[in-house]
Design a protein around this ligand. Structure first.
Ligand SMILES: [Zn+2]
Length: 143
């Protein structure tokens, strides 16, 4: 009797060489015969869409607009439908400007460099956020 691993390998090769019967297809991972239209495997954890590239991020004119609106931090988030986040970003920026302004030139003014970094982050974040106002609240593949 051959070792178990060898037998499993032979079975796999055999399964691969035989075309699936009509109305069935082979699981891409374990080659179990599955009925056409099956979205998951009965033998392993394969599911439909496994290994496919996720949809690429395609920037729209609204993403660009959100970046420019972020000149007032939070407005870009608000524009894309993230109202609470937009208000939070606005208030956080307001507090940052207040405290950094109050600190003045403490630390030789290096603290003033934090503001452009913060602004850049807010703009980038507004750019990358999903657009709830255009797509509804669910990602496209779920709606
Ligand atoms: Zn499988």
């Amino acid at each position: 009797m051959k070792p178990r691993r060898e037998r499993a390998k032979e079975k796999l090769l055999q399964d691969r060489s035989t075309p699936p019967r009509i109305g069935t297809f082979h699981c891409p991972l374990c080659h179990t015969e599955l009925p056409v239209g099956a979205t998951s495997c009965t033998n392993c954890d394969w599911v439909e869409g496994y290994g496919q590239e996720p949809a690429a991020f395609v920037p729209s004119s609204r993403d660009i607009a959100a970046v420019f609106l972020s000149i007032i931090p939070g407005l870009g988030h608000y524009f894309k439908g993230h109202h609470l986040m937009g208000i939070t970003y606005f208030l956080v920026t307001f507090l940052m400007v207040f405290f950094i302004g109050a600190a003045g030139m403490v630390g030789m003014g290096f603290n003033l460099l934090l503001l452009p970094l913060w602004w850049g982050w807010v703009m980038l974040h507004a750019y990358l956020l999903p657009d709830w106002n255009r797509q509804g609240r669910l990602p496209q593949h779920l709606s």
